[in-house]
Design a protein around this ligand. Sequence first.
Ligand code: NAD
Length: 281
Amino acid sequence: MTTSALDPVALNDGTAMPAIGLGTWGFLGARGVDAVLGGLEAGYRLLDTATGYGNEPEVGRAIGETAVPRGSIRVSTKLRGKDHGYREARAAIREARQRLGGAPVDLFLIHWPIPRLGRYVEAWRALIEAREDGEIRSIGVSNFERRHLEAIIDATGVVPVVNQIELHPHFPQAAMRASNRELGIQTVGWSPLGRQGALFREPVVASIAKRLGRTPAQTVLRWHQQLDVVPVPRSSDPRRQRENLDLDGFTLDDTEMERITALGRSGGRLWNGDPETTEFL
Ligand code: NAD
């Protein structure tokens, strides 16, 4: 049984990842570097970035400056839509690796499938070969639906280690969680706090947090962990960063888990980021 919120989660390629990560979207410039440094100091060992966030240099700088040994940090980054071709992806991986400090990238994901381009299978082949060449340690995807997962697995026989998807109580993703689990893929939840604060005002969340003697954010993050989801909450505030890591010593009971999951609603996505149509190029 997991004894700490930071205990690693096993992945299907024999590696492991921390049970919670720090989202870094919007961490730019010197303040961005400081936010990542603060996160590492608070205890985060998984940093979630993307080429499309434009902040791999900031993450790379923080990794270079921190006293935390590189070997205990895991960085996930993501391939942009415009890099989906095989050659483009291989070049993009090399460039991202340099921006992140030069070590092999711990976890490289395809950011969105963008079916209209029809090139995500080609991009997946590039990730597989970059891993074989030692440029990447583990490979996964983000925002893939079942049919996209099946397409890459059928074409290559290689199963992604993670699928990072939008996941929070307003959009609990029961079907995709089950699908990922069935395929042996670890679910990672993006915008795990629902980004805009509306979740913290939900009476259900507030009352369960009160019973637990915890904050609404801790209650929601613990809900993720009890669903076997790795959340990547974002905060640049050192107090909140620590709060979001302090998930030991309390458990939501089955009814509380169900009541939070029941907050899910159709149209619960934050900004209608439908994987079939979203074009994050
Ligand atoms: P989030 O759900 O992590 O919410 C962040 C907001 O919550 C911020 O405004 C922050 O200040 C606030 N917050 C954090 N901790 C708090 C606390 N303890 N109390 C009160 N408020 C708190 O939203 P997000 O940034 O959209 O998502 C997290 C990460 O997910 C991103 O930074 C990024 O790394 C990743 N992401 C990935 C994708 C993708 O397509 N793969 C898409 C969106 C986000």
